[in-house]
Design a protein around this ligand. Structure first.
Ligand code: NAD
Length: 354
């Protein structure tokens, strides 16, 4: 018998090729006068194009977003927002830029309009992250949830193939863990299964032809659904491990998700029958963990954590950090079990056949 609680997150989503043109209308609809456009240095040109499109609604551009939101970067952005007299923010880019918008909103509470250009999904969550003294802290706060999200697949055409694959796996990881989350619900499971299916079907087409408009649209649609499942649930072992590997060992975010996901799913598979059934439907195969591993490698993703910079000597510390604070996971966490998982991911070992 089912038992669940589901809380819908309040935000508006606009989706479609060319939908960036609705941004000025969206700024006005939120009652904003002057929005600061945020981006990474790499996407500064795009930020200025958007600023020009906004005309007098733009308070300028702050193109200094960095991965994992260093606290100094958050302080500079807050100063820039204050100096520009901004009453809202447009975060155009991936999770790093959305994260910077969240760091400002955490302090000032002003609304964010997110314009995602990767599949990371941060725009759909009330989760913020800040890094200080080499440690990344995260938390949930409704003030950092974007008020509006504009998904324009045309902005993802420039996302390099390698990043499209790893960012896509980052999205699928949200869906996988939402399917066995302690606070999952039927509507979240539907979104997770559909999101994973859309992304899994789109990625091979994007690898073949990065300008495939329909595949880009399907991938971003999948990213939206997967991101929404991340925003609505508590994550388990997979996200915990990736958080440790990124925060403490500085491994790259999306690539780490790509390597770890099949091993984390394999670890939990015997304890999450409904999740496995949903992923079997989404993938069309018996062993979704093995399929994810093979697909990631076939599409040119990284093979192993060693390749990303982890060493044998690091394993003990990862286990220590992963078992330090107990958290929900379908299969109980044991040092021996984790060592098996991490050693296989470190070496990129093949997963067993079904
Ligand atoms: P990213 O935002 O760091 O982007 C990586 C690089 O790709 C940047 O230089 C960016 O400018 C560039 N880029 C982005 N879109 C592009 C495009 N369409 N074309 C060309 N270049 C493009 O990478 P990410 O994986 O999206 O985000 C990772 C960060 O997001 C991590 O810090 C992670 O912790 C965080 N994150 C947070 C949440 C959350 O809910 N809080 C969820 C997912 C990820």
């Amino acid at each position: 018998m089912k038992e669940f609680r589901y809380e819908a997150l309040p935000m508006r989503v606009t989706f479609g090729a060319g939908s960036l043109k609705t941004l000025p209308e969206e700024v006005r609809a939120l009652g904003l006068r002057r929005v600061l456009v945020l981006a990474t240095p790499f996407q500064e040109d795009l930020a200025w194009t958007i600023s020009r499109q906004l005309g007098e609604l733009s308070a300028g551009v702050h193109a200094e977003a960095e991965m994992h939101v260093p606290i100094e970067s958050a302080h500079r952005a807050r100063d820039a927002a204050r100096a520009a007299d901004a009453d809202g923010y447009v975060a155009v880019g991936g999770g790093s830029t959305t994260g910077l918008g969240k760091a400002i909103a955490l302090e000032f509470g002003a609304p964010i309009i997110a314009v995602p250009t990767t599949y990371a999904g941060s725009e759909m969550t009330p989760i913020w992250g800040l890094t200080a003294d080499g440690e990344k802290k995260t938390g949930r706060d409704p003030r950092v949830l974007p008020a509006s999200v504009i998904y324009d697949p045309e902005l993802t055409l420039t996302l390099p193939v390698g990043m499209s694959v790893t960012s896509g796996f980052n999205a699928i990881a949200h869906a996988v863990e939402a399917l066995y989350a302690p606070d999952g619900s039927p509507v979240i499971s539907l979104m997770a299964e559909e999101g994973a299916r859309a992304m899994l079907n789109a990625l091979p087409k994007i690898v073949k032809n990065p300008a495939h408009g329909e595949a880009r649209s399907d991938a971003l649609y999948g990213a939206w659904l997967c991101g929404a499942t991340l925003g609505a649930t508590t994550m388990s072992l997979h996200h915990k491990l990736c958080h440790i590997l990124g925060g403490t060992f500085n491994l790259p975010h999306a690539e780490t998700h790509t390597v770890v996901l099949p091993y984390a799913l394999n670890y939990n598979a015997g304890h999450a029958p409904d999740a496995i059934a949903a992923l079997q439907r989404a993938t069309g195969v018996q062993n979704p963990a093995r399929h994810l591993r093979e697909l990631g490698v076939d599409l040119g993703g990284p093979h192993s954590l060693r390749e990303l910079g982890l060493t044998d000597d690091d394993i003990d510390r990862v286990i220590e950090l992963a078992t330090h604070h107990p958290y929900a996971n379908p299969r109980p966490l044991t040092a021996t079990g984790l060592r098996g998982l991490l050693t296989a991911a470190l070496n990129g070992d093949a997963l067993p056949s079904p």
